[in-house]
Design a protein around this ligand. Structure first.
Ligand code: SF4
Length: 465
């Protein structure tokens, strides 16, 4: 019996795979990314060495995560920042809702944070009666279109500008043009007042710097700065794996994130947040909170084989190069983190029995591993997840299939006999292709059945003496 998640995945992938125009559009958008990223990588004195060092920094952080987190918390507390350790999504949501209630908030403005998507914070805040506005342009577009982000770096990359204009027409007023600049200015006008009216700003964190007790946010629109600085309360959500040891580590990690994320050498705005407004300072929030989210990250950390997946800096490069992502699109995954890294961590953050199918959304070509700036061995993790999923599955079909495969492969005479039957079957079934009695019609609707060769390799070899 297929899990609900797998049934949704099957339906969504079939729909997306059938939408050739959308797939072309996404592929064209990514082609631009490859060119820019390649040029930027070429500007590094030694890009492979930069990858080694980035991986080493993140690895060191994970190996001493407990110590770094405590140091990080101590520094934040010393400057009056409230720190909440959230064991799971519910704890994180409840903490945020309690802050909103205590402050009598009505409007919340948010900058891009996938951690909030992971804990379904928007839905919880809206259910509790708060108005929530996304301030990142891509996030605002998908929020207005009532859909989740398509890609965790480019949330609305699947939408054409005409579609974005229609979304804006429906939700923030009619526009004269679908020119990208006009669309951006419309969003800007809409958002400016929200920053001024918002009671609370919620952000994510790209890195948490242990030695400084600071969160680092990297962005291109300046919306995060306004979100963190203008409302009276700032809440930052951060997965515990975002910790890095030293401020100096940013000198490499920020360019690596920009290069692999968007193809830039550095994003336009890079900010550090260390405390609420201090006496004598003209601006900044009155209160600052940092929510440190576990949500089963410690489960991944405890597994020595899986641990390196926590090195991820969420650049999205593995999605951009993945042939499967390009064809099934981000929404098909049905989880927060899409693409290869999503297929690695989501089953382990959730339930490998229910989400193990994501590990099969890969051709195992290794392009993800090759591109990852922190050298996560993604495609081998996908293989391990498959094994774990097969072990966890209640449905024994896969085990039986593999046992049958092993049985046949150990008996060459049987393999040869099956080959003969298949060739015979192929000859009988070939004329039925495209007719109503084609036994493979459903299978062929999205694939091309390979043609069985007339002779086996062994037969051909014999004729060659
Ligand atoms: S796994 Fe690597 S390539 Fe993929 S998002 Fe994370 S850091 Fe980027």
């Amino acid at each position: 019996m297929k899990s609900i998640a797998l049934q949704q995945f099957d339906r969504a992938t079939a729909d997306t795979a059938a939408d050739g125009l959308r797939r072309d559009f996404v592929r064209t958008a990514l082609a631009g990314y490859y060119n820019v990223r390649g040029a930027t990588q070429a500007m590094y004195a030694d890009y492979p060495a930069a990858r080694d060092t980035a991986a080493e920094i993140k690895w060191r952080a994970l190996e001493n995560l407990g110590d770094y987190l405590v140091e990080f918390e101590r520094k934040l507390l010393s400057r009056g920042v409230h720190v909440h350790w959230a064991a799971d999504a519910e704890s994180a949501r409840n903490y945020v809702l309690a802050v909103l209630k205590r402050r009598g908030a009505r409007l919340v403005v948010k900058s891009k944070t996938m951690t909030s998507e992971e804990i379904h914070l928007n839905e919880a805040m809206e259910r509790a009666g708060y108005a929530v506005v996304e301030s990142d342009l891509g996030e605002l577009i998908v929020q207005l279109n009532h859909e989740p982000p398509y890609h965790f770096v480019f949330p609305s990359m699947h939408l054409k500008r005409g579609e974005i204009k229609s979304i804006f027409d429906r939700s923030i007023g009619r526009l004269d043009s679908d020119d990208p600049q006009a669309l951006t200015m419309a969003a800007r006008r809409e958002l400016r007042m929200k920053y001024l009216q918002a009671d609370v700003g919620i952000s994510g964190a790209n890195f948490g710097i242990a030695e400084l007790g600071a969160i680092a946010i990297t962005e291109n629109e300046g919306n995060s700065r306004l979100t963190c600085a203008m409302p009276k309360v700032h809440i930052a959500l951060m997965g515990i794996e975002k910790i890095i040891p030293r401020l100096a580590d940013l000198a490499l990690l920020q360019p690596m994130l920009a290069t692999c994320g968007t193809g830039q050498l550095l994003t336009c705005y890079n900010s550090l947040y260390t405390a609420p407004r201090r006496a004598g300072e003209p601006d900044g929030p009155e209160e600052m909170h940092v929510v440190l989210l576990d949500n089963r990250r410690t489960h991944i950390l405890a597994d020595p084989q899986l641990r390196d997946s926590l090195r991820c800096i969420r650049c999205g490069a593995c999605l951009n190069v993945c042939p499967i992502f390009k064809n099934i699109g981000g929404h098909s995954y049905g989880v927060t983190y899409q693409g290869p890294i999503g297929a690695v961590i989501e089953p382990n953050l959730r339930d490998i029995g229910k989400f193990g199918h994501l590990s099969y959304a890969s051709s195992l070509c290794g392009a993800c591993t090759e591109t990852c700036p922190v050298k996560i061995d993604l495609h081998h993790h996908l293989l391990r997840n498959r094994a774990a999923a097969a072990r966890a599955a209640k449905d024994p079909a896969e085990r039986w299939l593999m046992q049958a495969f092993g049985f046949v492969m150990r008996r060459p005479w049987l393999l040869s006999w099956i080959g003969k039957v298949m060739r015979l079957f192929d000859r009988v079934a070939a004329p039925l292709q495209g007719t109503r009695v084609d036994p493979f019609a459903a299978w062929r609707s999205s694939r091309t059945l390979p043609k069985t060769p007339r002779h086996t390799f062994k037969d051909w070899w014999k004729t060659r003496q």
